[in-house]
Design a binder for this molecule. Structure first.
Ligand code: FES
Length: 114
């Protein structure tokens, strides 16, 4: 069963920015896009573990601040010629509250649900 955790208000995150939620074992970056959608990825680039929360959010992706890999916010997959993926987590808005599930989803599951 999926448990949802209230991790704050969307207004806590700047547009095109991110905020980190730390669990016992990992840090999850919750992103807000320019059009107020929210996404959640483990805060670890699939390349060399760069902090995606400090990257630039654009076009449904985040560009890693270390070596500029572009990661899909929806699937956690590296785009273009780069290969790898980081964990993505279900996240949704209820009013202005952000609800996060800590059950990671695979890119295949995200794509299959589309
Ligand atoms: S660590 Fe993210 S691009 Fe290298």
């Amino acid at each position: 069963m999926n448990s949802w955790f209230d991790v704050g208000s969307i207004s806590d995150i700047p547009r095109r920015g991110a905020r980190c939620v730390t669990t016992g074992t990992m840090t999850v970056a919750v992103f807000r896009t320019a059009d107020d959608k929210v996404f959640a990825l483990e805060d670890k680039c699939p390349h060399r573990k760069g902090p995606l929360s400090q990257g630039i959010v654009h076009d449904g992706c985040v560009t890693c601040p270390l070596h500029n890999w572009v990661i899909s916010l929806e699937t956690g997959r590296a785009q273009g010629a780069d290969e790898g993926e980081t964990l993505s987590f279900p996240v949704r808005l209820e009013g202005d509250r952000i609800l996060l599930s800590l059950m990671p989803q695979t890119a295949e599951a995200v794509i299959a649900a589309e």
